[in-house]
Design a protein around this ligand. Sequence first.
Ligand code: TYD
Ligand code: MG
Length: 461
Amino acid sequence: MAKDKSIFTCTECGGTSARWMGKCPSCNAWNTLIEGSSEPAAGKNRFGSVHASLAPTSEVLPLAQIEAADFERHPTGIDELDRVLGGGMVEGGVVLIGGDPGIGKSTLLLQAVDALQRSGMPTLYVTGEESGAQVAMRSRRLGLPDSQVPVLPEIQLEKILHTLQSRQPGIAIIDSIQTVYSDQLTSAPGSVAQVRECAAHLTRTAKSTGTTIVLVGHVTKEGALAGPRVLEHMVDTVLYFEGDTHSNFRLIRAIKNRFGAVNEIGVFAMTEKGLKGVSNPSAIFLSQHAEPVPGSCVMVTLEGTRPLLVEIQALVDSGGPSPRRLSVGLDRDRLAMLLAVLHRHAGVACMDQDVFVNAVGGVRISEPAADLAVMLAITSSLRGKALPKGFIAFGEVGLAGEVRPAPRGQDRLKEAAKLGFKVAVVPKANAPKKNDKAFEGLTIYPVDRIEEAMQVVRGLD
Ligand code: TYD
Ligand code: MG
């Protein structure tokens, strides 16, 4: 409880308030007021700790005189993880790994940190969610009973920082950041203020000691616990796990990376012995129909540098007075837009119908190149007529009904041809100009407009 004459300071804007409030009166941010003055005590920062700041010597220099040091990278040896990291863990870098509970964050990190420990790097695994015994059980399950990874079951920030300072590991895993709390703050563990402050302290330690720090964050539904999103701005790399916990495949996507490309993905399969990289993932998101079914259209999406074939499914069914539009793995607003384009430019009306669309396997597709496949799947479901066997489509569809090219269209087509697809409906600008062996077996129909695409499909019935 608040003591007399205590003051509350906002962690976001530094504004103060005489009493605790849910919302900061200065910047309107929620849950950011913490007890304590914003004035730092002499020699210490406002939470009483004495860690080195980000830039101990703040000399002003022209860019040309600043040495551009290359990052020291340490590959984990897990190829799919190194790919999303941009080549490995970076010294002093802070990585945030988010994902639903049970998706495999702890499993992957234990595998990675064990490999680094074996390569001679001192490591530290801080576990706040599970006991040391539980982590040991996981390592046995992963076939690593002789693992030398030092485990620290601890949730108090100051003790964790102390261990980091004294052991100076090359890499430390904090599993999870939501369990870590600081005594200096009065707010509850897991609250936005706690999670943010603890992450900020850990980030500073990473920068000042050169230790790579990996923060594990659970994605939470809006609630008492702060999700990893509140930390995205303060870390160097943000990775998210995607995928259906019911299927064996897991995707890791880089959302932000100061040391590499974003939107690169790593693909894994969850096995009895942990996560195994899938080096050739292009066909894993296709559901296996013996014969084509109505409402299904395969597209080639380009995730990072690798093309991936994903099946888009649609179900159109007569709805009530206010029909529903639901999408899983695709943008719902975009679905509403595509339905309007379908109606206006191709004469396909779904006004009184419920429309559901789904990207198979728990993948999330954010690129507009999915548009054409979504529209063809919807039309196919509405007509109750399956698209031909071995059919693929991709391309962005604009509000005027035009079909726009997708980036690196030919690479997508090559992948489809390689996997034995037979018919492709693609934007005109993506169609190959000359005969190339790489497209052999694939009949390509270039289209300029959505009505044209519909005509091609009807012609194939
Ligand atoms: P876990 O890494 O504990 O998930 P998170 O840290 O993201 O919450 O993984 C949990 C799931 O993975 C659990 O349901 C069991 C399964 N699993 C396997 O299938 N094989 C394995 O070798 C391991 C260690 C876990
Ligand atoms: Mg875990």
